[in-house]
Write a protein that binds this ligand. Structure first.
Ligand SMILES: NC(=O)C1=CN([C@@H]2O[C@H](COP(=O)(O)OP(=O)(O)OC[C@H]3O[C@@H](n4cnc5c(N)ncnc54)[C@H](O)[C@@H]3O)[C@@H](O)[C@H]2O)C=CC1
Ligand SMILES: O=C(O)C(=O)COP(=O)(O)O
Length: 539
């Protein structure tokens, strides 16, 4: 999967702050990369973190660092936050997006380890292994107290059948368990293929002898297992959480264990970490590990390499593989739409110069082959171009949509197969005041990008350099007078296009000139009879 991120190549070294322990082997690509200076400081206090992040260009964390809005706002030049792992609930994504900071994670590297840990926790829970070990260390030989249950023929309920949930399902089948899962994206067909059953959330929690959760922590999954859910479960159910604290209501779990409804729980994570001294740990039926799901040599090396590579890609201006706050694309889709990034941005920039009124609506239309692809990154580029006029370099493809929303600009995207004779066509339309302006562009094989239509006029202009758009009445002499005036001002015309609605009607001239046209020169052009409007666009 890929998406686009933007970074200007920097001449000075980019400072990469790393605030959680990462695998030394996994850090090798970053150490070997040119132009990146590593600043590794773990175990920082809040104040130390606020100080350290100030000058960082990039930040890599695991779950130990809380990247709050305060941290993000304390960073003067932060452009990318990398999560060496999956869960990004410790990162304020909204704050990062608002500031145009891209967030990337490493979603694949620790799947195996987390799944293996889940199975280990479930088995330990079934056979009381931690409790028996502790008793032995206390000098006791107590075999009666630790009689367990088998996994074979028990039903495992999996809530969240993503990467880790699916791996857990495969392994549980190896233990000859029956598996039933709930995931909003789980189809009957996929369940069948995997040899498991698909159920609703309620069916799963009612049927299971063991329940394991593998969802992200989000508003929708907070306290998914709450008092109401525990009531519906089988008596003597066992619970495993190697995903995120907060998915289970810890108070409700405590009561359910105390009441004997839940026979035991195995927890790798809790709502607040570190969780030493948590009252759940006082219950003999509860076993726990200190968030070790991803703590293997293999997983740590893999996530550090993956996130490091994305940071390197980003800092060299290349598309990142695992964006969290940008649309993510397949390699094929990226290859198809990437050549249009600059064109989409240029169309947005061009359009922003056609009116001085505030934009209230933007629609981006994709015609021809492009219509078959996920074009959201192109829409973001068009918005970036459009908003840049007023917001300058503050706008990028991460925050373009957020900024458009915050200015209450209504953005829509449309697709059609009819590309009016072009292989593909992008049209950006903006409503400014009561008027709609639109500009269309395409890529011509061998000739690069072209603007092919401005409002209702067909043109053929390369979207680069200094453009001059003149609206005038179609009559003899108009073109000559413009040419003369520009010559007087020593402005060389490189190309010129003329379009008109009808003979003697409204017309436009599109000129490419060799130097930037100054406001005084625009003023002089406007003094020419029958010239209604003059717009300059520097691309
Ligand atoms: N303990 C540890 O050290 C580790 C914990 N994790 C955590 O494990 C969890 C799962 O990670 P992955 O499998 O990699 O993520 P994933 O994104 O591949 O899978 C999550 C699944 O949850 C599903 N889901 C979302 N809302 C749901 C709901 N309300 N009910 C049921 N399913 C829902 C999604 O459709 C998706 O299939 C995450 O919370 C992650 O942070 C991941 C790695 C290590
Ligand atoms: O990847 C995840 O979501 C994890 O929970 C792993 O956390 P960690 O990197 O070990 O702090």
């Amino acid at each position: 999967m890929s998406a686009i991120a933007e970074a200007k190549p920097e001449t000075k070294n980019a400072v990469l702050l790393i605030t959680d322990p990462l695998s030394e082997d996994g850090l090798q690509p970053l150490r070997a990369a040119e132009g990146i200076e590593l600043d590794i400081c773990t175990g920082l206090t809040r104040e130390e973190l606020l100080g350290a992040v100030k000058t960082a260009d990039a930040l890599i964390v695991r779950s130990g660092t809380q990247v709050t809005r305060e941290v993000i706002e304390a960073a003067d030049s932060l452009k990318i936050i990398g999560r060496a792992g999956v869960g990004v609930d410790n990162i304020d994504l909204e704050a990062a997006t608002e500031r145009g900071i891209i967030v990337v994670n490493a979603p694949d590297g620790n799947t195996n380890s987390a799944a293996e840990h889940t199975i280990a926790m479930m088995t330990s829970l079934a056979r009381n292994i931690p409790q028996a070990h502790r008793s032995l260390l206390e000098g006791k030989w107590d075999r009666k107290a630790f009689v367990g249950v088998e996994l074979k023929d028990k039903t495992l309920g999996i809530v969240g059948l993503g990467r880790i949930g699916a791996e857990v399902a495969r392994r549980a089948k190896g233990q000859r368990m029956n598996v039933i899962a709930f995931d909003p994206f789980l189809t009957e067909e996929r369940a069948k293929e995997m040899g498991i059953s698909a159920g609703t959330f309620e069916e799963v929690i009612r049927a299971a002898d063991f329940i394991t959760v593998h969802t992200p922590l989000m508003k929708e999954t907070r306290h998914l297992l709450n008092a109401g859910a525990f009531e519906k479960m089988k008596d003597g159910v066992r619970i495993v959480n190697c995903a995120r604290g907060g998915i289970i209501d810890e108070g409700a779990l405590y009561e359910a264990v105390k009441a004997g409804k839940v026979a035991g729980a195995a927890l790798d994570v809790m709502e607040s970490e570190p969780f030493t001294g948590h009252r759940l740990l006082e219950l003999p039926q509860v076993i726990a590990t200190p968030h070790l799901g991803a703590s293997t040599i293999e997983a740590q090396e893999s996530v550090a390499i993956d996130v490091g590579r994305d940071v390197i890609r980003f800092l060299s201006g290349e598309p990142v593989k695992n964006p969290v706050n940008l649309p993510s694309l397949s390699k094929e889709a990226l290859a198809k739409i990437e050549p249009f990034f600059n064109l989409a941005e240029s169309l947005g920039t061009f359009l922003s110069r056609l009116s001085d009124q505030p934009v209230t609506e933007v629609s981006v239309k994709y015609a021809g082959e492009l219509a078959d692809y996920d074009v959201r990154p192109l829409t973001r580029n068009a918005l970036k171009g459009l908003l840049k006029r007023n917001l300058g370099s503050h706008v990028n493809d991460v925050n373009a949509k957020f900024l458009a929303d915050s200015f209450q600009i209504n953005v829509s995207e449309h697709k059609t197969a009819n590309s009016k004779g072009f292989q593909q066509l992008i049209t950006v339309e903006a409503k400014t005041g009561e008027v709609f302006h639109r500009v269309s562009g395409t890529l011509l094989n061998g000739f690069g990008a072209r603007i092919v239509k401005v409002d209702d006029y067909a043109v053929d202009v390369s979207p680069e350099g200094h453009l001059l758009l003149i609206r005038h009445k179609d009559q003899p002499g108009a073109i000559g007078r413009v040419g003369m005036l520009l010559a007087e001002e020593n402005i060389n015309i490189a190309t010129m296009q003329v379009g008109r609605s009808e003979a003697g009607g409204d017309a436009i001239m599109m000129l490419t000139v060799d130097n930037e046209v100054q406001p005084e020169e625009v003023g002089r052009l406007l003094e020419i009879d029958d010239i209604y409007a003059v717009r300059t666009v520097d691309l």
